[in-house]
Design a protein around this ligand. Sequence first.
Ligand SMILES: [Zn+2]
Length: 397
Amino acid sequence: MRDLHCAHARFVWNLAVEQHSWWWPGRGSAPRPAERQRQLAEARAAEPWLAGGSSSVQQQALRDFDRAMAAFFDPDNPAGKPGFRSKRGTQGFVIRDTKVRRLNRKWGEVHVPKCGWVRFRWTRPLPEKPGMARVTLDRAGRWHVSFPAPQPALDRQPAGAVTGVDRGVRTALVTSDGRHYRAPRISDGDAGRYRTLQRRLARQRKGSRKREKTRLAMARITAKVIDRRRDWAEKVSTRLVTDHDVIVFEKLNTKNMVKRPNAKPDPEQPGAFLPNRARAKAGLNRGILASCWGTLATRAEQKADASGASVIYVDPKHSSQQCRMCGHIARESRESQALFRCIACGHEDHADANAARNILARGLAAMGVPAHAPGHGAHARVRRRSSGAAGTTRSAT
Ligand SMILES: [Zn+2]
């Protein structure tokens, strides 16, 4: 039945997308939400397959679509246009007036319409009255149930500490007070297995059972990385918000960060390319890093909002080439991946930390905090933590 709920929700969603794609300016109005609900009732009357399902699940799919449409038209928060949902992506549906009961410390049950009580692992505290719940089936074949709840405030003492955060290529994240956080990476073993599966998939017939099995195995590797990445973003964002009143991030277009690794031309054969495994793996890791960034910034923003701290974004232009002492901008000052040595004043610093300090200085300037020189204030009000394990993600909770 859960599979069927997913199929119904997908069907109804796609129906709404189709109606919208028939619409263009001048053609009159696209169906309004109320009219779509009426059309759903008609479709249920005509289709026994749909009628056998839960109308509340199907109505909720329409409401989901309306929300996605509203987001698409929101000028302040441009979202992508809602598109067709395929059988292959993440599947899901929403339950209203959710009933939940606890079985023991680890397990609970949620009531799914026309399906009955379904057991789930109780991984975090639930809101008093859950209201809605979203049930999803991810591409790795795992079911999840999530309950929307406001972000609770973190336990923190405002002390005026500020920090700038630079996205490094190797370390993922360097703060202006010199802490390094490594993002999770795909392991050598998993990267190898993934490539093997990818090659196998390319040879397999579309729609075949074996191909589906390969796809599932690939999705399981991806899911493992996604889990670790989410975990990382949770821990690091908590740490940043607990320790600082203001966190300055670079304004990023994460899409630009995910670039395919360049193919390496074969010098012997013009027009041919050498296989390059290191680059393929670098490509996988780059993708992971980019998505870590997006998740981290979003979670830090949500936690800051709930806890009386703030996250601001600044233009990252030249932040890695500018000297934080004299403000001189030169590509040559960045001697290597790790070292910054200003060609104008000779100031030396760790390259990523120098960039993070520039970002912080820009954030302070944006907030109207006077700065005597670029980078002033970088150390000024940063509390030093005596935690010995500072700088590793493991200690950040
Ligand atoms: Zn300088």
